[in-house]
Design a binder for this molecule. Structure first.
Ligand code: GLP
Length: 247
C-alpha cells in the first residue's frame, strides 16, 4: 500500500482532492466511486475549487456512491443523496444522469441491489474508488464480519456505527439501522483505491488495516490484497504505527 503521510485534516483534504483531480483530468478515471461521512467534506471543497479553476469538463465522468441509508428519501437532509448534493454535486457540472447512488426507498431492495451491480458493470467498473474508514474498520457500510466476496446488499449497521453517525442527526432523530451498501467484493474490483483517514479515533483501525491479519473481522484489512491502494492519512490517524516499517 502506498502511504502518503500528511500533517492534518486540511492537508489530507488537499492531497485527496489533488489525487482525484489528476485521475479525472488525465482521463485515467471516468468512473469515480465516491464516499460520504465527515472525512471527505474538506476533500470535496478542494476538488470543487480545482475543477472550477481549471474549467474541467465532466460531461463523460460518472460517479458511483458506496451506500445509502434505508428509509431516507433522496431529499431527506441526512440521506447520502442530499450529502452529495450539498457537498459536491450542486457546485460542479457533472450531468445529473451521471450521478449514481443506491436508493434508500426502493420497493424491492433485492432488485435495487442487482440494478446497482448491473449499473457498475455497464459503466465498465469503477476506475478510482474513494474510501473512508470506520473506527471499527468498516468500509462503506461493510461492518465487521462482512464477507470479502460480498456484493451490493442490504446490511444491518453495527451499534457503534449508529452511535458514531448519530452526531450528524438532529437531537431525538432516529438514525437508520440499515443501509444498502456496495459489497467488499464490489469495492475490491475497483482498479484503484484512495483511502483518506484523519484523527486519533481512526488510529487503531488504520493500524489494524495496515498491519493486522487479513480477516473479515476487520473489513479494511482486505485492502492489503488489492494491488493499487493509496492511503492519505494525517499524523493522528497514523499515530499508532511506524510508517517506515510498513512501506
Ligand atoms: C460511514 C460511511 C463510510 C465512512 C465511515 C466513516 O458510516 N458509510 O463510508 O467512511 O462511516 O465516517 P466518518 O468519515 O464520518 O468518520
Amino acid at each position: 500500500m502506498n502511504i502518503i503521510q500528511v500533517q492534518d485534516y486540511e492537508e489530507m483534504s488537499e492531497q485527496g482532492a489533488e489525487f482525484l483531480f489528476q485521475e479525472i483530468t488525465s482521463g485515467r478515471s471516468k468512473v469515480i466511486g465516491l464516499a460520504t461521512g465527515g472525512t471527505p467534506v474538506g476533500l470535496y471543497k478542494h476538488l470543487i475549487d480545482k475543477l472550477k479553476t481549471n474549467e474541467v469538463l465532466l460531461a463523460d465522468v460518472h460517479t458511483v456512491n458506496l451506500d445509502e441509508y434505508i428509509g431516507l428519501s433522496d431529499d431527506h437532509p441526512n440521506s447520502y443523496h442530499q450529502y452529495m448534493f450539498q457537498n459536491l454535486f450542486q457546485f460542479i457540472d457533472i450531468p445529473s444522469a451521471n450521478r449514481h447512488l443506491p436508493s434508500g426507498t426502493a420497493t424491492d431492495f433485492s432488485e435495487e441491489c442487482r440494478r446497482y451491480e448491473r449499473l457498475i458493470q455497464q459503466l465498465g467498473g469503477v476506475d478510482t474508488q474513494l474510501l473512508g474508514i470506520g473506527a471499527n474498520g468498516h468500509i462503506a457500510f461493510n461492518e465487521p464480519g462482512s464477507p470479502f466476496d460480498g456484493r451490493t446488499r442490504v446490511v444491518d449497521l453495527a451499534a457503534e456505527t449508529i452511535e458514531a453517525n448519530s452526531r450528524y442527526f438532529a437531537e431525538g432523530e432516529t438514525v437508520p439501522s440499515q443501509a444498502v451498501t456496495m459489497g467488499i467484493g464490489t469495492i475490491m474490483e475497483s482498479r484503484r483505491i484512495v483511502m483518506i483517514a484523519s484523527g486519533k479515533e481512526k488510529a487503531a483501525a488504520v493500524k489494524e488495516m495496515l498491519t493486522g491479519e487479513v480477516t473479515e473481522n476487520c473489513p479494511a484489512t482486505v485492502l492489503q490484497k488489492h494491488g493499487d491502494v493509496t492511503l492519505i492519512a494525517d499524523a493522528e490517524a497514523l499515530s499508532e504505527i511506524d510508517v517506515k516499517n510498513i512501506q
